[in-house]
Design a protein. Structure first.
Length: 94
């Protein structure tokens, strides 16, 4: 069974809820379950224009075309050469 999570966009802000054991909620923790939407605060300084959720990871793009990713990175899911969870939301190098 795969964990379930979702991201909700409210204007330029992202909110997430669901199972977050791989850091895919973007809250900087490996919380088991968030039952109510919680704001993804690490992206507050950015105007998010697009986002996508994978199995246990997520991406967001801001209005400056910067790409952010977080969650499980195994098997290249985040496009970076690490084999663990990325709990902190960081921009990818351009």
């Amino acid at each position: 069974m795969h964990p379930l999570f979702t991201i909700i966009q409210d204007q330029e802000r992202l909110w997430s809820l669901g199972e977050g054991m791989m850091g895919q909620l973007g809250h900087g923790t490996k919380i088991f379950r968030e039952k109510l939407p919680v704001q993804v605060r690490d992206l507050n300084a950015h105007k998010i224009v697009k986002y996508a959720c994978g199995e246990n990871h997520a991406f967001a793009i801001n209005d400056q075309d910067e790409l952010f990713g977080w969650g499980e990175a195994n098997y290249g899911k985040l496009g970076i050469n690490i084999d663990k969870k990325r709990l902190k939301i960081l921009p990818f190098a351009s």
